[in-house]
Design a protein around this ligand. Structure first.
Ligand code: PLP
Length: 459
């Protein structure tokens, strides 16, 4: 037994754990992290409120990334924590298979008020990766139900990120995430990515050149025949691969080609969902109706893990034709539609709606854009790209040390109290949608210093 006694308040014992460095950092194997390097110089966040984290040294850190593209309404939202606390004590868990609870139905109904008009059905998961796997499985199962079981090939895109499970890394296009894990799903192909710095450097919003890259899909169809292709999955704006924009008209073209050939179009909106590019979803900003849409992250404002897959009426209805006593989809998770996650999601959605945060993205877009593009002309800066409240700057890599300049800028920013996301020599920004002008100023000024220093010391 531990030394907990009834006379000693529990809270004081908990706070001694959270206020201090852990006694040892050996046991926690951190994800997507250089563990040994990190543990020799840890960056520990201990609390957060609004636009800022606080670290273990008491320093305020401006959150330029909404955590990991997820805390869209800013940190420490009381309505969310209160809803979570209430729900844990009222109904902490309900089995999701063959049982229900009201909040999951309510949340699904509320969510579809914001989706493109054809997406009226919601399948809950616990993460973006699970949303992707769910979407791919629904697509394959759908074609079988329609008597087209040969449609099994899945098409992703170079430099895309669709989570870390086997389906996601197979359609995903980030080499390091795939190459050490075997051969992945058979029958996957990849469209070219749409980053073209030669032609589109320093574009504001959607770049002009590259619409024709969507024609690569016609070539894959000519190679494999549409009768063998189930779905195409793309991030409308590719986030983790370096914030890569779709050229003007590119997504519409993908929609036309997929529709013409009976191939499903899946938009992975795990990052772009919940206001990141203005409108609730990127699909709506560009007036596109994908057949399936995957989400997570901003779904609960990052407070509780949850994902959701939105499915068109046509797909959903195809599953609802067998005997009523039959399970329609042999798929689901112990925590699908978890009551506490639903409570967090409903509270987050209330905030998004009441504060008009999706529209706010559009209002702040020009300020964010002007701030980022004011960096143009700095030494070694080869591209700036932005849409909504997501953006990136790309640096000329140092000879023989790719990623080093990016790391230096990231480290400088963190030391100066700004968190940006560092992926190679690309620095990505996706701040909470509550961002104000002075935060943008702080973000841009700190980046500027960081870039100048990285090049002074590394000429
Ligand atoms: N899809 C996209 C587009 C993502 O950006 C991410 C995560 O960043 C995922 C899927 C995976 O989400 P998760 O990390 O919640 O599994």
């Amino acid at each position: 037994m531990s030394e907990l006694t009834l006379t000693e308040p529990l809270v004081s014992q908990i706070s001694t754990v959270t206020d201090h460095q852990p006694a040892s950092m050996a046991a926690f194997w951190m994800p997507f992290t250089a563990n040994r390097q990190f543990k020799s110089a840890p960056r520990m966040l201990t609390s957060a409120s609004g636009m800022y984290f606080e670290n273990d040294k008491g320093q305020q850190i401006l959150d330029g990334c909404a955590g990991l593209w997820c805390v869209n309404a800013g940190h420490g939202r009381e309505a969310i924590s209160e809803a979570v606390a209430r729900q844990v004590s009222q109904l902490d868990y309900a089995p999701p298979f063959q049982m229900g609870h009201p909040l999951a139905f309510e949340f699904a109904e509320r969510l579809i008020q914001h989706t493109p008009p054809n997406l009226n059905h919601v399948f809950f998961t616990n993460s973006g990766s699970e949303s992707v796997e769910t979407a791919l499985k629904i697509a394959l199962n759908y074609h079988r139900l329609k008597g087209q079981g040969t449609r099994q090939r899945l098409i992703g895109r170079e430099r895309s990120y669709h989570g870390v499970n086997f389906g996601g890394i197979s359609v995903g296009g980030i080499v390091n995430n795939r190459k050490t894990f075997g051969s992945g799903l058979p029958g996957t192909d990849h469209l070219p990515h749409t980053l073209n710095i030669d032609l589109n450097a320093f574009s504001r919003g959607l770049p002009e050149h590259g619409t024709e890259l969507a024609d690569a899909l016609e070539q894959l169809i000519a190679l494999h025949d549409a009768s063998n292709i189930a779905a195409v999955i793309v991030e409308p704006v590719a986030g983790s691969g370096g914030v890569i924009m779709p050229p003007v008209g590119y997504l519409q073209k993908l929609r036309e080609i997929t529709r013409k050939h009976g191939i499903l179009l899946i938009f992975d909106e795990v990052i772009t969902g919940f206001g990141r590019v203005g409108e609730a979803f990127a699909a709506s900003r560009w007036g596109i109706e994908p057949d399936i849409m995957t989400t997570a992250k901003g779904l609960t404002n990052g407070a509780i893990p949850m994902g959701a897959v939105f499915v068109s009426d046509a797909i959903h209805d195809a599953f609802m034709t067998g005997p009523e006593s039959m399970i329609e989809l042999f798929h689901g998770y112990t925590y699908s539609g978890h009551p506490v996650a639903c409570a967090a999601g409903l509270a987050a959605l209330d905030i998004y709606e009441q504060e008009g945060l999706f529209q706010r993205t559009l209002a702040m877009e020009p300020v964010f854009e002007a701030g980022l593009h004011s960096l143009k002309g700095l030494p070694g800066l080869i591209d700036i790209r932005n849409i909504g409240l997501i953006g990136a700057i790309e640096l000329q890599p140092l000879d023989g040390q790719p990623g080093e300049r990016g790391r230096r800028v990231f480290q400088h920013c963190y030391e100066q109290g700004v968190l940006v996301r560092w992926t190679g020599d690309i620095l990505a920004m996706s701040p909470p949608l509550i961002i104000e002008k002075e935060h943008i100023r702080q973000l841009v000024n700190t980046l500027k210093e960081g870039i100048q220093l990285a090049f002074q010391n590394h000429e």
